[in-house]
Design a protein around this ligand. Structure first.
Ligand SMILES: Cc1cc2nc3c(=O)[nH]c(=O)nc-3n(C[C@H](O)[C@H](O)[C@H](O)COP(=O)(O)O)c2cc1C
Length: 245
């Protein structure tokens, strides 16, 4: 058998297939299910303005014009623009029992990820690392300061990250999804985050901003920056946002 077929990627896909003739292998034992979303109750909080949608963008134009833009200016974003990007990512749009349904779909409505931000330049919001409080539509300040060098270095030095006004950082909450979907959870977390990132890119296009997804980064450097363990919660995906030239 070709060596690449014995590697993790092939084995993962094969071993997590649902097959009529067999149940998926499962020797994981019991998996604790963490809270539906994280709350940083002690942190200084910043509320965000509820987005005003009176100026609407045309969906078809946004789909046609969406691009990954890497050349953004030093100008800050407004708080309203940041609020719209966050709402596009994870705005709560309905409730169904215990579930806070969002702008993007999620397997089992589990939303097995958390949204963090590095705010470099947003009017009215100090520079720093934040966690997005999904239920309150606000930001919890985790570390105030300029972390541009650290986030850029962690992203393999990519200039798009250095130039960004804001960097979104999504972590996977492994157990939140594994408690229900067991080994198959990794597929779903990746799918979920793809939907979320696309929402942000479409919203950025609608606002005339530039955005770029970032999958290439030193995982544990990003984990350290946002203060997560890199196992049960680990950084999986970033997207930059900034003002276009
Ligand atoms: C999962 C994923 C990871 C990506 N990682 C990076 C990255 O680390 N750096 C970068 O400049 N672009 C990255 N991109 C952007 C792609 O290069 C871009 O989507 C592709 O070239 C197609 O261009 P378009 O998005 O403008 O249509 C990533 C895109 C995806 C979907």
């Amino acid at each position: 058998m070709a060596r690449y077929k014995q590697g993790l990627a092939f084995r993962y896909v094969q071993e997590t297939k649902y097959l009529r003739e067999r149940s998926p292998r499962d020797d994981l034992g019991s998996i604790p299910s963490p809270a539906r979303f994280k709350i940083y109750g002690e942190a200084k909080s910043f509320s965000l303005p509820q987005p005003d949608f009176s100026e609407s963008a045309d969906l078809w134009q946004c789909l046609a014009r969406r691009r990954s833009e890497r050349d953004t200016t030093q100008d800050p974003l407004s708080t309203e623009e940041l609020a719209k990007l966050l709402w596009s990512a994870q705005g709560v749009t309905a409730r169904a029992g215990p579930h806070l349904l969002r702008t993007a779909p999620s397997a089992g409505a589990l939303y097995p990820f958390e949204t963090y931000l590095y705010v470099d330049r947003v009017e009215g919001i100090p520079q720093g690392i934040y966690h997005f409080q999904v239920a309150d539509f606000g930001l919890a300040l985790l570390h105030e300061g300029n972390f541009n060098h650290q986030i850029t270095a962690a992203s393999l030095g990519q200039p798009v990250v250095r130039k960004a006004a804001v960097v979104f950082i999504w972590t996977g909450m492994m157990l939140r999804c594994m408690a229900k979907y067991r080994e198959r959870a990794v597929r779903y977390i990746a799918m979920d985050l793809g939907h979320v990132c696309q929402n942000v890119q479409l919203a950025a296009t609608g606002l005339g901003l530039g955005s770029c997804p970032i999958g290439a980064f030193y995982d544990d450097e990003v984990n350290e920056l946002i203060g997560v363990d890199g196992e049960e919660e680990t950084a999986l995906y970033l997207v930059t946002a900034g003002r276009l030239k």
